[in-house]
Design a binder for this molecule. Structure first.
Ligand code: FMN
Length: 172
């Protein structure tokens, strides 16, 4: 079996943030959907955080899969300054149940950063210890399934729409 590893990196977003849809910035939501599709296929998982115009991500899986995915990520024009913060061999995954967990926890992250002496979310400056500690912290935070939220909203609209049509028909 291939070696299980965790790679952590940070980068700077190359786009101006727009207001969130379903709680997630629209470009980030697209990246998440694409990641979840691809990662499921290659048995990769991890966590993604987006804040103050920066990405912070951990990728967990076998070495070959992580290398191939990280190479694609490095070339992606949606971000720059892609900087590896940690690369470790691991015994087990923190994000075993996630193809890519998304943690919308701005307040909690601020608290974490303040406790470590940072005033802003500037992950490009994190040392390896801070990067690993934040990943462990994300392991305990609530994650959102953006895709599920979106289909749940669609389903609700469809139900409401159907109910209205039935009411209209029964009136005629
Ligand atoms: C911040 C960020 C994180 C990303 N994370 C992943 C990921 O976990 N898995 C993945 O396959 N692609 C990820 N991508 C997208 C890749 O860079 C690339 O666009 C994608 O893998 C290409 O997919 P394709 O080969 O299906 O066209 C990420 C991109 C960005 C900007």
């Amino acid at each position: 079996m291939n070696q299980l590893i965790r790679l952590i990196y940070a980068s700077k977003a190359n786009f101006a943030s727009r207001p969130p849809e379903n709680g997630v910035e629209p470009t980030v939501a697209r990246i998440l959907m694409q990641s979840r599709q691809n990662n499921t296929r290659s048995d990769i998982g991890g966590v993604l955080y987006f804040g103050d115009g920066h990405f912070f991500q951990a990728l967990e899986g076998d070495r070959d899969g992580i290398n191939a995915t990280y190479r694609k990520i490095q070339r992606d024009p949606r971000h720059t300054d892609v900087t590896m913060l940690s690369l470790k061999s691991i015994q087990q995954r923190v994000f075993g149940g996630w193809s890519m967990k998304y943690v919308p926890a701005e307040q909690e992250v601020r608290g974490f950063l303040i406790s470590r002496g940072y005033i802003r979310f500037s992950p490009l400056e994190f040392n390896e210890d801070t990067a690993n500690a934040l990943i462990q912290f994300f392991g305990q935070q609530h994650g959102v399934m953006e895709g599920e939220t979106r289909s749940a909203v669609k389903l609700l609209w469809r139900k409401l729409f159907r109910r209205n049509r039935i009411t209209e028909n029964s009136e005629h």
